[in-house]
Design a protein around this ligand. Sequence first.
Ligand SMILES: C[S@@+](CC[C@H](N)C(=O)[O-])C[C@H]1O[C@@H](n2cnc3c(N)ncnc32)[C@H](O)[C@@H]1O
Length: 264
Amino acid sequence: MSDMINQNYLLNDQYKDASNFSLRLHALRRMGAMQRSWYRWIFDHIELASDGAVLELGCGPGFLWLENIERVPSTWRVTLSDFSSGMLQDARTNLGEKAQDFTFEVIDAQAIPYPDAYFDVIIANAMLYHVPDLARALAEVSRVLKPGGRFYATSIGDTAVLSLSQLMHQIIPDSWLSSSLGFSIENGKEQIARWFSRVELDRVEKHMTVGDRETLMELARSGLSKEDQQDPAKLLPVEEAIDQLLARQGKIHFNMDFGLFSAR
Ligand SMILES: C[S@@+](CC[C@H](N)C(=O)[O-])C[C@H]1O[C@@H](n2cnc3c(N)ncnc32)[C@H](O)[C@@H]1O
């Protein structure tokens, strides 16, 4: 099984807490992937009357809410969920005093512990490609969503997956990033359409260039276990691979394509 959907690996290593994901996001920001915050762009799409119930699946460090905090109506009842309790703890810490306005709950997207037709909006941001039984997760989403409710799911596309995984595999040969995703811009629509009658896709593309060692090192470290990140013997070959890559190519160019599905 690919580590991309290996629940044990994701839960106990890569997403044990927010540190690796935050590091990767920091590197991607430095590379220019998100000039305007990706989270502001996602929030622009959310349509909800003033007093709805919202569920975010796989909320990670809570950045969607942190970066839009002044736009969240006080009348929304927002549940932030993730299957990693460490992630949720970091989301709570990141939101600081505002954390009291949210409910936090450990939830695996494949078994959502809520009654039918409970939520007005469900968000699954950059997380469905980690779920082994996608059909089950989407069935759960459609079950707990009210009739007429909205589902928003984001992912990256084949171009981004390929360039990111190729880059990572040159630096870390056994990188956990896989070169194809179970849920992507290209294959997401038909999967969601099994459960929703209207699915729209909005895409953004960024051309990125990276030429500095530090950013590549940050990206590489985000893919290592915490133990390996502290181990000079593990870091040395990664540093050497980055130096060789930069010596060969000078700068590394790649495209990053993101997409957001809005379904109802
Ligand atoms: C790439 S991170 C995205 C975090 C956040 N949505 C964001 O975009 O900032 C993926 C998140 O999905 C969570 N996750 C992975 N598999 C999950 C599952 N089966 N159920 C719920 N959460 C899951 C991980 O713990 C991690 O926090």
